[in-house]
Design a protein around this ligand. Sequence first.
Ligand code: MG
Length: 284
Amino acid sequence: MKKLLCAALAASVLLLGANAQAADKKAKAKAKAKPKAHPTGYADTPFLPGGKWRVHDDTRPRPKVITPGNVSGAAPSDAVILFDGSDLSEWVKGDGKPATWTVQNGYMEVPPKSTGKGGAIKTKRGFGDCQLHIEWATPHKVEGNSQGRGNSGVFFHDGTYEIQVLDSYNNKSYADGQASALYGWKPPLVNASRKPGEWQTYDIIFESPKWDKDGKLVKKAYVTVLHNGVVTHHRQEILGGTGHKRVAQYKQHAAKGSIQLQDHSNPTRFRNIWIRELDLNSNN
Ligand code: MG
């Protein structure tokens, strides 16, 4: 009899346990089926400075959705492709005639002076505040020294502000003329150069200077540069229009200007060039 009672007790304990487990499983399944609803925004929070939007305002326009490139350096969906390796249709010479730099194997290259096809080239389109991606390589064979080694440059506003392109790999030259330097003004924070002949990248965020209606400079230009993915300038103020052996100065120009690539008589190569215009005054 005692044995029977014990068995019955054990059975009911087991049953209770099983019931509890089943209830727990049911509760979990219910929770999984209906996740907690989070608010998409608020209408009762305090206003931010300026009074237009509340903190987490549900009516504030969401940022535009774009598709990022699937590999680092690939153009996102809203970029203007300035060079995809096939032709120079977005580029002209200084005089506005079609650009004649050498295009082969997916890159463009500064042609030898003897061909008469060189000279700086510039984009047909003008840009103000922008994000520029550009890849470049200096000659594999090292020739010359200092500023004579793999020299070129990426200029904003029709040749006005230069981010230096140079073979700065074990190449002694002045600090404000290094690769990624704001030429004649600020050396890069670090020298992130790859070896001669290797492809390198610049990701540049450029903020244009602004003048008021009386021609007074009210905002200087600023630039952020990543060289091979490494920050070499962080919103660095630009001193003025780039110069050689002189102190840079501002001279009023249009709100938008071309991107220009320098011919410094070295066969420097460029590929995968794209740009995004930035609306830095967006009130969203
Ligand atoms: Mg240069």
